[in-house]
Design a protein around this ligand. Sequence first.
Ligand SMILES: [Zn+2]
Length: 125
Amino acid sequence: MMQRWTSQLSLILEIMYETEHFLSAEQLHDIIKDKDADVGIATVYRNLKKMVGQGLISEVDWNNVKYYTKHPFSNAFFVCERCGKMLRVDVPIADQNYLSDETGMKINRWKMRFEGICKECEKCI
Ligand SMILES: [Zn+2]
């Protein structure tokens, strides 16, 4: 059994930092259940929303489902065309400033999606 944890928020954050994958609220809820913690899906949604608002995690939309990851500065992600796995990708975002200076547009956020074949699937081809 899992020991008492101080807050649901810290449990969710802990899980987020343990995985490199993007997680949906449902996937996160399953992991919480595996840890023998009793947290309802509504609470998971509420905490995720709060954490996105605080900049602790970032959120991306994919096929009308919201996915979450620990990295607060990068919205770049990779989707495997075979297994559908989503992975966080760290790419430099310095060009954001260049774009602002060059065009006068104020950039609030950016999203970048890479698609291809993940390492595991590549091995099976
Ligand atoms: Zn794959």
